[in-house]
Design a protein around this ligand. Structure first.
Ligand SMILES: *Cc1c(COP(=O)(O)O)cnc(C)c1O
Length: 373
């Protein structure tokens, strides 16, 4: 069976993990974590990156930084992972679900004028599949509403929008290094702090609400509890695995892009004949090649997945609409209010895509797809 996902390029991490063990600095915010943060700051051209234990935790930090009060509103796409929304609901905010664009499957910026209210505190674009949301429009509308933009960039590390890295376009942005993402240390994430206003407090929140970093910089003579916080730091052991992955970023991203492009080229005729839609990447966006998906009429999806499974290929669907989920409905979601999300959720299939998928394996996937009629 060719699995949908498979973590790869792991060997180089072993020596780095051994070095961390030998150094005895196993907790977080150590020399290795700092190296990973430096690497990301330089590669993205971002002022400050803070490694976290997950993207979920980075989103929780972002929500804490907004100082939300009950009744404050946060605009989120319905077509996303639960953490994008949960982080804000945990702070007592009301999620306002936006529908997605039918082309990129990203938050439909055209809906924002009707969703923004005086209580809107943040807009959270998710760059689905690693293709940018329309950030110029989103940032402009957010600015006029005095709302903060937080990019959930779990899919889009090293993708660009009009030449700028995703993750550098909002006041804050979050990254994921979960096993299913382009770069992984098993579980991990990062908060990108683009707006310097948030930096000092972000460092404190990540350190359980203490001013520990100031203490280590010699700015205070003892450290103490100064704010809310939690344990959001990534261990240096995992940081070592992540550093090894990121040092191979050119090779990993080149390989992913090649696989993505081969799917697009070799499935084009079949897709046209079968009325199947392939991903759309606008010309001003460079994708991170996180996902390759197909959209086919809902009644054909289950037979298609069965057809692939019978030929040794594991393909999977993706997000179910959050506005119509039990939790979404309990928080003001209305079934039927995001028709594009509801339609796409029933039509989407993701194909195997990872850096060590072999050419032979990809041929098997392509042959299996093309033989479905
Ligand atoms: C994977 C993912 C997350 C959560 O990432 P973790 O690192 O597993 O917490 C959040 N948002 C999106 C869009 C994701 O794909």
């Amino acid at each position: 069976m060719i699995p949908f996902n498979r973590a790869g390029f792991l060997d180089a991490g072993l020596a780095k993990i051994r070095d961390v063990l030998a150094s005895r600095h196993l907790s977080g915010d150590g020399p290795v974590g700092r190296r990973v943060e430096d690497l990301l700051e330089q590669a993205l051209v971002a002022p400050r990156v803070l490694l976290t234990s997950s993207c979920t935790h980075a989103l929780e930090m972002a929500a804490l930084l907004l100082d939300l009060s009950p009744g404050d509103e946060v605009i989120v796409p319905s077509f996303t992972f639960v953490s994008t929304v949960n982080a804000f609901v945990l702070r007592g905010a009301r999620p306002v679900f936006a529908d997605i664009r039918p082309d990129t499957l990203n938050l439909d910026e055209g809906q924002l004028p009707s969703l923004i209210t005086p209580r809107t505190k943040a807009i959270v674009p998710v760059h689905y599949a690693g293709v940018a949301c329309e950030m110029d429009t989103i940032n402009d509308l957010a600015h006029r509403a005095s709302a903060c933009v937080i990019e959930d960039n779990a899919h889009g590390l090293f993708a660009t929008y009009r030449g700028s890295s995703l993750g550098t376009l909002g006041a804050l942005a979050t990254q994921s290094f979960h096993e299913t993402k382009n770069f992984t240390c098993g579980e991990g994430g990062a908060l990108v702090v683009n707006d310097g206003r948030f930096l000092e407090r972000a460092v404190i929140l990540r350190e359980k609400g203490t001013n520990r970093s100031k203490f280590f910089r010699g700015e205070v003579d003892k450290y103490t509890w100064v704010d809310l916080g939690s344990s959001y730091v990534l261990s240096d052991i995992l940081g070592a695995l992540l550093l090894a992955q990121l040092e191979q970023r050119d090779e990993i991203q080149r390989r992913r892009a090649t696989i993505w492009q081969r799917y697009a080229t070799e499935l084009a005729d079949w897709a046209r004949a079968q009325d199947v839609r392939l991903p759309i990447v606008p010309p001003h966006c460079k994708t991170s090649a996180h996902l390759f998906y197909l959209l086919l009429a809902a009644p054909r999806r289950a037979p298609f997945l069965d057809h692939l499974r019978a030929r040794g290929v594991q393909a999977v669907w993706h997000y179910q609409p959050l506005h119509a989920s039990p939790m979404g409905l309990a928080h003001g979601g209305v079934a039927g209010s995001c028709p594009v999300t509801e339609k796409i959720a029933d039509e989407l299939v993701r194909l195997p895509l990872y850096a060590d998928l072999t050419d032979t394996e990809q041929s098997t996937v392509i042959d299996a797809v093309r033989s479905f009629r």
